[in-house]
Design a protein around this ligand. Structure first.
Ligand SMILES: [Zn+2]
Length: 244
């Protein structure tokens, strides 16, 4: 009797062990699948516009200050992305921005006329007074709200030039600062392969890639993007906009 009980106990123990081992293996494989799927990239594009750029557009010296191919590629591949828009750009391209919002591209604040908050900053015009900095942000919030029906929640500095007192100002307006974490170096860059290389070498989970929306100041972004997106997908990344 004792030996039957002993054998039964051993059997039950073994069965339990096997069950636990199988469960552990299942957990491991499930978590590795989840981990692979959880690799996220946030694509972001700056839509810059200065008064100088606006005048070039109006005089016909520049055809467009963005590349429609970037937008159509994102839409065709259903890739979510975030666009940091200057107020001047939004005033000129309001219909386009409305369309982009309807197609799930997220629109956020990149000042009114792309003035820098601190100097030197790549030759940009510099705002010295806090009231002027606040006015730029507020004006663009209002313009973007009128077009999209949504209040932008994120802000990015032109040229990324700023200091901690600027951060205080921006946050006081209820905005979060997002300056990206991976600069693709696409501004004024004609070498698309170097942009691809920069991004692929440095991309990791949660990277926020900073690019520009094309046009003469970002002549190779579109071509680079068509390599970057499929390559990142192959590496197991998925794309999100910054609102999720
Ligand atoms: Zn910019």
């Amino acid at each position: 009797m004792k030996s039957i009980l002993f054998k039964t106990t051993i059997f039950a123990l073994l069965a339990n062990l096997i069950f636990v081992a199988q469960f552990a293996m299942a957990q491991t494989s499930t978590s590795s699948v989840v981990l692979k799927n959880a690799k996220t990239i946030y694509l972001t594009f700056d839509a810059d516009m200065t008064v100088y750029m606006k005048n070039k557009l109006l005089s016909g010296k520049v055809k467009e200050w963005y590349d429609p191919e970037i937008i159509s590629y994102l839409e065709e591949k259903k890739i979510p992305a975030t666009i940091f828009v200057t107020g001047l750009f939004a005033e000129i391209y309001s219909q386009e921005i409305k369309q982009w919002t309807d197609n799930n591209l997220l629109i956020e604040n990149h000042t009114y006329d792309h003035s820098a908050f601190e100097s030197p900053c790549f030759g940009l015009k510099v705002l010295k007074l806090n009231k002027d900095k606040l006015a730029e942000i507020k004006k663009t919030q209002d313009i973007l709200f009128k077009i999209t029906g949504k209040n932008p929640k994120l802000f990015r500095y032109p040229g990324l030039c700023h200091n901690s007192s600027d951060d205080f100002l921006v946050r006081n307006m209820g905005l979060s600062i997002n300056n990206g974490s991976l600069t693709a170096n696409d501004a004024f860059n004609k070498n698309y392969a170097s942009i691809v290389k920069t991004v692929l070498a440095r991309a990791k989970d949660q990277s926020v890639i900073l690019m520009h929306l094309g046009g003469p100041n970002a002549p190779s972004t579109s071509q680079a993007l068509k390599q970057i997106i499929p390559q990142l997908e192959k590496m197991g990344f998925t794309f999100k906009s910054l609102d999720n």
